[in-house]
Design a protein around this ligand. Structure first.
Ligand code: SAM
Length: 339
């Protein structure tokens, strides 16, 4: 098939083109706008880490926009801004404004650690960000400082309060379950989310990078059963298209999600790829392979040829992660991949 053939076809059957070699449709891009972060969560970024990507390699907003347009012509529907800490990227709201109006993109969301949220929540909402995921592993100030390396829990909580007034469609709290996370911490977080209408999601620690491997793995299955019994929850669904399995209250007013890449992997329904700040397309969070998009972009690739690069890259999406089999091969850090 010639380039122009399938490019024309993409206008009529776009979603068929973002199908990988295992029949999965990829409709979701996690877009890392920086690999830097103002926290050093002990399971994510080593405290002394300093090998950040040089700014000349960062995709600029025009390059990012061009890529999202190309993806969207092929059927991409959802974009999440992430990092590193995305709110550290200068003028992020301007990028969000540009991406929110790309034809075909139905959902623009953001993952953040919340430290800068108070100052930026309104601008992000006005820019068209509809949903937020805020990472928060504990409500205990001392523990928060020990996990993240910074005593900024009050700033994160103030940021979360600020979001409540801005009319985001959905706010999810991502809590990584660590070996020393206590039941009391989980219960306090559950009560906090219940009070504010936030959706809580508990996440198994993944062996990504040295920090992730050192943190150790805790299965969420026992916690899931404890919370099911304690809050009288049943299996349910929450919008978002992600990998979480949800427990919900009988009246549907409260939900807890469980992201269990190790104890119950969800690769068969994986619908996403990730783009790093320097333009590498990562096809699987749990495998090291990637496709360089920065080089063709900077070499003046045509729109049609760019679409072909994306379609071919997608065909190579691995069937499943290698967290258990080859964890040592995952040298890429979560903060660099775009979590
Ligand atoms: N800075 C933003 C944030 O905090 O949400 C976005 C990037 S952060 C890498 C995205 C998510 O990845 C966070 O919820 C974080 O807790 C999670 N994460 C980082 N390393 C992880 C690991 N080894 N296992 C599980 N989750 C991890």
């Amino acid at each position: 098939m010639k380039l122009t053939d399938w490019n024309d076809q993409s206008l009529t059957q776009p979603s068929a083109l973002l199908q990988d070699g295992h029949g999965r449709r990829v409709e979701y891009l996690r877009l890392s706008v920086t690999d830097r972060c103002d926290l050093r969560c002990r399971y994510c970024l080593p405290r002394d880490y300093c090998k950040f990507e040089q700014p000349s390699h960062w995709l600029n907003f025009a390059e990012i926009e061009r890529l999202v347009f190309a993806f969207a012509r092929l059927g991409l529907k959802r974009v999440r801004l992430t990092g590193g800490e995305p709110l550290l990227r200068k003028n992020l709201a301007e990028l969000a404004t540009r991406l929110a109006v790309v034809p075909g993109i139905e959902d623009l969301s953001l993952s953040t650690n919340g430290t800068q949220l108070k100052a930026q929540a309104r601008r992000l909402r006005e820019a068209g960000v509809g949903r937020l995921n805020v990472s928060l592993d504990t409500l205990d100030r001392t523990r928060f400082a020990a996990i993240t390396g910074r005593d900024v829990l009050p700033e994160v909580l103030a940021g979360l309060e600020a979001t409540c007034a801005e009319g985001f469609r959905l706010i999810k709290i991502n809590m990584v379950a660590l070996a020393d996370t206590t039941d009391d911490e989980v219960d306090a977080m559950t009560a906090y989310c219940l009070e504010r209408g936030f959706v809580l999601r508990l996440i198994e620690t993944m062996p990504i990078g040295e920090a992730g491997r050192k943190a150790g793995f805790v299965s969420l299955q026992p916690l899931q059963e404890r919370l099911r019994a304690r809050y009288n929850l049943v299996d349910g669904m929450v919008p978002g298209g992600g990998p979480a399995r949800y427990l919900v209250s009988a009246d549907g007013s409260f939900q807890i999600g469980f992201i269990t890449p190790l104890s119950q992997h969800f690769c068969e329904s994986c619908n996403r790829v990730r783009l790093t700040v320097d333009g590498q397309l990562c096809l699987c969070l749990g495998q090291h392979n990637s496709v360089d998009l920065r080089t063709p972009l900077r070499a003046g690739v045509s729109d049609a040829a760019l679409e072909q690069v994306l379609v071919e890259a997608l065909r190579g999406k691995p069937k499943r992660h290698e967290f258990e089999d080859q964890p040592q091969r995952l040298r890429r850090l979560m903060s660099a991949t775009g979590g």
